[in-house]
Design a binder for this molecule. Structure first.
Ligand code: ARG
Length: 474
């Protein structure tokens, strides 16, 4: 096939390099955005008198027909088409003839591909936000439904102090709330139009960049044409947000894997998210959680890959930039999928309160309470810590819990440990007394839950407004 840029070439591209250089096999995923951008560009060329209004109209009709044909699966491509832009241009010229050649007036593939990926990111950010919001709501619903269940809270994976299960779940909900806001930021960095930058230096044609930008409902446009064609920060932003989301998903997955083990037995995942073993009939494995944890690495990889691609690039466009796409597509698809699975899995999981309670009563999770009791009676906290530490050692040797100690044993440890000290050994009391803002008492948890809901409602309203704006105009 004669190349569209082939005028100054006497020889043909080698078959191997044609395959090596081609991106159409993956960037065809951008075809909707490419055509959307081309329609806006053609319309602007007409309005500015760079081509006639009739020509602009024919280009737009042709592009819409090409779009229809692609959606109907009527159009294939080969490596000879090189990339999505050249593929669409070939189809357009088959559709409307030589007029198709006017579409590329005042445009380069460099600003065109940048436009396509900006549009892609804007749309995908909204999809990812939908996933984070669903997941937050699922975590909140599980927290509400089982709001009075206690479990051991851990530090160093050693039992530390009792907490509400709802408190533990909401900790994750807050992580995904921050992720949602990070995604809002990603929308902002992608919401800027590069079209009109040309190859790198702008154009001699009297184009109207603002018109194109408004047609595609961008909030801003790049003020420097060299920056416009070589910037990939907006991709690094979304990859970095995806990496953080995956890190959070992976931490939650890790807890689910631990919690569903016989060693913990804290949680039941529904059958829909577990699998059996081909040899061991008793097995019920938390595969979905494991696979989410496992997929985290490839999303980190995508971020590192693009950061590395960018670090040595001189201005402006370089072919290296073509390497931005596969990792972007993969990372976004993976993150979207993992958010969806986690949302569904969380919605159907249930806590096993008796196992949590058993675990909570072993491991001296009420020791801090006893030390606080002594400190409240005037003993310096360091000394109180020491007294209770000695009692823990005694209990450990005798195989009992602090609440199993007799009144005499308590008094022997300290004259301040009168029989009313016993009440502070209650686990639910330990929880309910932690009323500090952000603490685990049920009143404090109800407060944080309401604050979280307000924030998520606000994010969801923003999401709805932006989605309507982008889809109405685009
Ligand atoms: N396929 C290219 C990419 O993904 C499109 C831009 C090509 N520009 C060029 N001057 N070769 O980056």
């Amino acid at each position: 096939m004669k190349k569209r840029w082939g005028g100054r070439f006497a020889g043909a591209t080698s078959v191997s390099s044609e395959h090596f250089l081609a991106s159409v096999q993956f960037d065809s995923a951008l075809v909707d955005y490419d055509i959307q951008g081309s329609i806006a560009h053609a319309q602007m060329l007409g309005v500015c008198g760079i081509i006639t209004q009739e020509e602009a109209a024919s280009l737009q009709v042709g592009l819409r027909e090409v779009h229809r044909r692609i959606a109907a699966g009527e159009c294939g491509f080969t490596a000879a088409d090189e990339d999505v832009h050249m593929w669409v241009e070939r189809l357009l010229s088959e559709q409307i003839g030589p007029l198709a050649g006017k579409l590329h007036t005042a445009r380069s593939r460099n600003d065109q591909v940048a436009l396509d990926t900006h549009l892609f990111v804007r749309e995908k950010v909204l999809v990812l936000m939908e996933g984070t919001i669903r997941l937050i709501r699922a975590l909140m619903e599980r927290a509400d439904t089982f709001c009075d269940i206690l479990l051991p809270g851990y530090t160093h994976l050693q039992r530390a102090q009792p907490v509400l299960w709802s408190h533990h779940l909401l900790a994750y909900a807050w992580m995904f709330e921050r992720d949602s806001r990070r995604l809002q930021g990603c929308f902002g960095s992608a919401n800027c139009s590069p079209l009109g930058a040309g190859a790198l230096a702008g154009t001699t044609f009297p184009i109207d960049r603002v018109l194109v930008s408004e047609t595609l409902s961008f909030d801003a446009l790049y003020e420097n044409s060299m920056d416009a064609v070589s910037d990939r920060d907006y991709l690094i932003d979304i990859l970095s947000a995806c990496a953080t989301i995956m890190m959070h998903l992976s931490r939650l997955s890790e807890e689910l894997v631990l919690w569903t083990s016989h060693e913990f037995g804290f949680v039941h995942l529904s059958d829909g998210f577990c699998t059996g073993s081909s040899i061991m009939p008793q097995k019920r494995n938390p595969d979905c959680a494991e696979l989410i944890r496992g997929k985290c690495g490839r999303v980190y990889g995508a971020l590192i890959s693009l950061l590395t691609t960018m670090k040595g690039l001189p201005l402006a466009y370089n072919k290296d930039l073509q390497e931005d796409k596969e990792c972007l597509f993969d990372a976004v698809r993976t993150t979207e999928q993992c958010l969806g699975i986690m949302g569904e899995m969380v919605a159907e999981m249930s806590p096993r309160a008796p196992a949590m309670e058993r675990a909570m009563e072993q491991g001296f999770l009420n020791a801090t309470e006893l030390a606080d009791f002594l400190a409240a009676r005037g003993l310096p906290f360091r000394d109180a810590h020491h007294v209770v530490g000695a009692l823990v050692l005694q209990c450990e040797r005798e195989g009992k819990r602090l609440e199993d100690l007799s009144d005499a044993e308590l008094l022997a440890a300290s004259p301040l440990l009168t029989s009313d000290a016993r009440s502070c050994l209650s686990y639910s009391r330990a929880v309910e007394r932690r009323t500090s803002r952000g603490g685990t008492a049920s009143t404090a948890v109800a407060e944080q839950r309401n604050r979280l809901e307000e924030r998520v409602d606000a994010i969801e309203r923003w999401w709805g407004d932006v989605r309507d704006r982008v889809s109405a105009k685009g």
